[in-house]
Design a protein around this ligand. Structure first.
Ligand code: 0X9
Ligand code: ZN
Length: 438
């Protein structure tokens, strides 16, 4: 069994360290040896289940220093695992590689790495037992509300495709003059560190209430909404065999990439795929995934008296250490519903957020074009100042999508200041460029 209490969670790495060394196991994207590239920019991700015999193998793609190059490579259908300097690390089939080469990008094979074999087929593997699976998230949230019934409420905003609850933990007391901030985690199944980020936010703003004056002030003046696992089916599937599957999507059919299923400019611009087997499959229609639809409905429910109470949002991902803002569907800095002033607010606060954690700030399309992503919709549909954070590691060296649990404390704490900063601006985000709000 793995630890469930916070105390145990902190000591899990120590316990696990004595357990197992790496043994041979099926190759997974988890274990892909990505070249360590200094000053790497970022990443993207994969999408498909990676199995021995799937025909996809890890390759380096050179000459991809520009967002347009990365977008072109992405459109061939390869799984982009990392964006580091002028090169991409991808999982690609022979046909995809041929297409990438045809486009003029040199490729080179990379050696796969082996993966740990877990001791418990239902748990996270050794060195990862400090991560919370869905049942542990549920217990942690239940414990939190039982210990803090005065400030914390737990509810389900609906069910996933396979029927799991989409938990919402809300902290603080709503009111007409109380700005609300939303944090969403684990849209992408394998990005388990982000669940831990959401749990940390829950823990910090509940345990600190009444003892830490800064926390108390924030909770008295804001409502904090946290959805720790937007994609519980995918998360469970990723760990169900005890070997990480490098699964990205939800579990509807062949899987929908939830971060391509949102309803602003859905499927518009070559930033997603219409093929169900693709890692960036956008789904049959915008909000065809129950998980995105339920978050959409929750956000809509926060429109009270014609006004959206949620003013700011972070959607947490891994990895590459980036702070991203809308729009992702176009390279243009402005677009319908996003003025030059809005772009200035996004960029100014985005840079300030990145200054707190050392991440690299950029407009989302600076990474590569994505359409149907959550942040574009949050802004366009609700005027919510929405950021996407790509957490640790920066590049291949730190364990990719599966860093050991020993980094959880450090890499989630690293974002405390950014979270606090966003909360501090939630009453008037344009204050960041000197504007006042009525
Ligand atoms: O491709 C994605 O969905 C994100 N990268 S990940 O590796 N976590 O999958 C990046 C999304 C960037 N675009 C927007 N935020 N709009
Ligand atoms: Zn992601």
């Amino acid at each position: 069994m793995f630890p469930t209490t916070r105390t145990l969670r902190r000591s899990a790495a120590v316990l696990a360290a004595g357990c197992c060394l790496a043994l041979l196991a099926p190759i997974s994207a988890t274990g892909i040896a990505r070249p360590a590239v200094p000053a790497s920019t970022s990443l993207q991700e994969t999408q498909q289940e990676v199995r021995p015999g799937s025909g996809a193998s890890p390759h380096r793609v050179e000459g991809t220093g520009e967002a347009r190059d990365r977008t072109a490579v992405s459109r061939t259908g390869v799984d982009i695992l990392a964006v580091e300097g002028d090169a991409l690390t991808v999982l690609a089939t022979p046909d995809q590689l041929a297409e990438v080469e045809r486009l003029g990008f040199p490729t080179a094979p990379l050696a796969p790495r082996t993966e740990d074999v877990p001791s418990d087929p239902l748990a996270f593997p050794p060195n990862h037992q400090g991560y919370h699976d869905f049942a542990e998230v549920t217990s942690e949230l239940r414990r939190t509300v039982s210990e803090h019934p005065d400030i914390a409420r737990m509810s389900s905003i609906g069910a996933s495709h396979e029927g799991r609850d989409l938990w919402l933990l809300s902290i603080g007391t709503p009111g007409p003059d109380v700005p609300e901030v939303l944090f969403t985690c684990s849209q992408h199944a394998r990005e388990h560190l982000t669940t831990e980020m959401c749990l940390r936010i829950v823990e910090r703003f509940t345990d600190g209430y009444g003892t830490d004056p800064d926390i108390t002030r924030v909770v008295d003046g804001r409502v904090i909404h946290v959805v720790p696992v937007v994609n519980p089916d995918g998360k469970e599937y990723d760990i169900a065999t005890g070997q990480f599957r490098s699964w990205r999507k939800n579990r509807q059919g062949q899987g929908t990439d939830l971060n391509r299923n949102w309803g602003h400019q859905w499927g518009c611009c070559g930033g997603s795929s219409g093929s169900p087997g693709s890692s960036t499959y956008r789904g049959a229609a915008a909000f065809s995934a129950p998980e995105t639809a339920r978050v959409r409905d929750f956000v809509a429910s926060r429109v009270v008296g014609g006004e959206q109470r949620i003013t700011a949002h972070i959607d947490w991902h891994t990895y590459s250490e980036l702070v991203l803002w809308p729009y992702g569907y176009t390279y243009a800095e402005t677009g319908p519903g996003l003025t030059a002033r809005d772009a200035r607010v996004f960029a100014t606060l985005g840079r300030q957020l990145a200054a707190t954690n050392g991440y690299t700030p950029m407009q989302a399309s600076g990474l590569y074009i994505t359409d149907g992503s959550i942040d574009d919709w949050m802004w366009a549909a609700h005027g919510i100042w929405s950021y996407t954070f790509e957490m640790y590691p920066r590049g291949a060296g730190g364990g990719g999508f599966y860093p050991p649990d020993s980094v959880i404390e450090r890499e989630t704490a690293r974002n405390d200041e950014a979270v606090d900063l966003l909360l501090s601006y939630a009453d008037c985000v344009p204050r960041v460029i000197g504007e006042t709000c009525s």
